[in-house]
Design a protein around this ligand. Structure first.
Ligand code: ACM
Length: 536
């Protein structure tokens, strides 16, 4: 059966196969309507079988089982009856995904290649995820990704039982979420005149203007589409750094006593812009206004407020920022950033939400309710978990999917460390140094795909796949007990079959042997970091 991600247990019962035909039914209780709708829509399209409603005890049957955890499920396939028992709606969706996998690669197509010969293999499967947060970050700020591509990416996450889409919606190079009360954020902030092509050192530019944004209705659609597939969309509004697009749209948000922010445009370079927010009360009110609309669009418990890579030079030079530090009784610029994050930590908590930010939010003191995305290695995550804060492990040395997949001249725009498929598969999100109590604060793990060097869904596919498949197994499947390490040869064997699934889905992954000619970018500079990634 070779399922990916590997289930907790799977026993093949070769004498118990269940051939499907036009009379096969599909039933579910009202509480599992999303899974029923998804399964009927997806499997009917792929198989041509109607899968009409039927009676309990026959056909494909979804049921709730209160003894199972919300995301857990069991599948029992016998002749004439496939029973999918789930702890809750999410578990039913994962069971439905597994059922599709049992039918083979053709079940991933959107029209039937054949209407006969569909067989569910007789089996007993029990399954549950290791982590509750199994995420992927899509950076739609550096390069905008049209809505249809985001919806497709959601489908790809769900197919691999990943359940968090972290949407990086704002950055120096573009603001991508419509905010009704501040139309300039997208009117001006969603567009840039040109883009760097590849890394700075290559000095190549594309003079084609770049931009785009999601309307609030687009985002409602994305959120609902994802929810119906078990995926939570966590929005990121990055502050107080990575904000040049916002400052370009509303110059009063910047450090106006240091630079002429009215002369700024949306940034056309890659890197970290020095143009950060000022720390005035008015700026806090502005972003409360932004967040009020964001909360209305995104029901997720967590709201990501970035907090990474905020250069402090403008605050050091700004009389207004220094006066603010003095007025608030703070020691320095790090504490000023911490003051901003604490403000929004409280503000979100009052509205029943939780703040999550990059590990820089530890500097100057972590806000009481904040959770941490540990990206600069494990260190931030370890410190946060030991202090009792929840952590999502996403160290760049291991799971940044913009980093190159192989050494050598053929990798397109090769940046960062070499992170092969095997490296990603061997990534372990919970550092051995954590005791059991701290380890429980590692609520999950996430792979991050920054898009400076991925300007289309085709490039996203190339960098994400097949590594995201390996990552999905890291996030979902328990580590083997003895020895506590993953069996890469076995994964690679299963993956070879799974590549047929990706082919059926139309995913332009990196072939195991290297890029196809059109996946290369000859002459476009990258910034490879030599040597193995440091252990941090
Ligand atoms: C990050 O990569 N700056 C979070």
């Amino acid at each position: 059966m070779d399922l990916i991600p590997a289930p907790s247990s799977a026993v093949r019962r070769p004498d118990e196969d269940f051939p499907l035909d036009a009379t096969t039914t599909l039933t579910a209780p009202p509480g599992l309507a999303d899974a029923e709708r998804w399964l009927r829509g997806t499997l009917s399209a792929a198989t041509g079988l109607p899968l009409g409603p039927g009676r309990p005890g026959t056909g494909i049957e979804l049921v709730l089982d209160g003894a199972l955890a919300a995301e857990a499920y069991r599948i029992t396939v016998r002749p004439g009856h496939a029973l999918l028992a789930a702890g809750g709606p999410a578990g039913a969706l994962w069971a439905a995904q597994t059922l599709r996998q049992l039918l083979g690669p053709d079940a991933y197509r959107r029209s039937p290649l054949r209407r006969e010969g569909w067989v569910l293999p007789g089996a007993d499967i029990a399954d549950a995820p290791r982590f509750g947060w199994r995420g992927a970050l899509l950076d739609v700020a550096r390069h905008f990704l049209p809505k249809s591509d985001v919806l497709r990416f959601v489908d790809l996450l769900a197919a691999h039982k990943l359940n968090v889409l972290h949407l990086h919606l704002t950055d120096d190079q573009g603001w991508r979420v419509e905010i009704k009360r501040y139309p300039g954020l997208t009117g001006r902030g969603a567009w840039r005149e040109r883009s760097m092509v590849g890394y700075r050192s290559g000095q190549r530019r594309d003079d084609r203007p770049h931009g785009g944004y999601y309307t609030q209705d687009d985002l409602r659609e994305i959120v609902a589409y994802a929810a119906a597939r078990g995926v939570t969309v966590v929005p990121e509004i990055d502050l107080p750094g990575h904000t040049q697009a916002a400052v370009a749209a509303y110059p009063e948000l910047g450090n106006t006593d240091v630079v002429d922010t009215a002369a700024l445009g949306v940034w056309t370079d890659w890197g970290v812009s020095p143009h950060v927010l000022n720390a005035s009360e008015e700026t806090l009110r502005f972003f409360e206004g932004v967040l009020e609309e964001v909360l209305e669009l995104f029901p997720s418990e967590f709201i990501h407020l970035g907090g990474d890579e905020c250069p402090k030079e403008q605050w050091k030079d700004s009389a207004a920022a220094q006066a603010r530090i003095h007025e608030l009784g703070l020691a320095n610029e790090d504490e000023l950033q911490s003051h901003l994050i604490r403000h929004f930590d409280r503000w979100l908590a009052e509205r029943g939400r939780r703040l999550i930010g990059w590990d820089e939010i530890l500097e100057g003191g972590l806000a009481p309710g904040a959770a941490v995305s540990s990206w600069r290695g494990f260190g931030g995550g370890v410190a946060a978990a030991e202090a009792g804060h929840d952590v999502v492990m996403c160290p760049e040395q291991h799971v940044y999917l913009d980093h190159r997949q192989a050494d050598g001249p053929d990798e397109p725009v090769p940046v960062g460390f070499v992170r092969t498929l095997e490296d990603v598969y061997r990534f372990e999100p919970v550092p051995a140094q954590l005791d059991a109590a701290a380890a429980r604060h590692v609520i999950g793990t996430q792979a991050n795909l920054w898009s400076e060097f991925a300007d289309s869904a085709r490039d996203v596919d190339y960098r994400a796949f097949p590594r995201l498949v390996a990552f999905a197994e890291v996030a979902w499947s328990e580590l083997p007990a003895e020895p506590a390490e993953r069996d890469y040869p076995d994964f690679e064997r299963r993956l070879r079959g799974h590549l047929e699934v990706l082919d059926a889905l139309g995913v332009e992954y990196r072939p195991m042997g290297g890029p196809r000619p059109w996946q290369r970018r000859p002459g476009v500079a990258g910034r490879p970091i030599e040597g193995p990634p440091p252990v941090r």
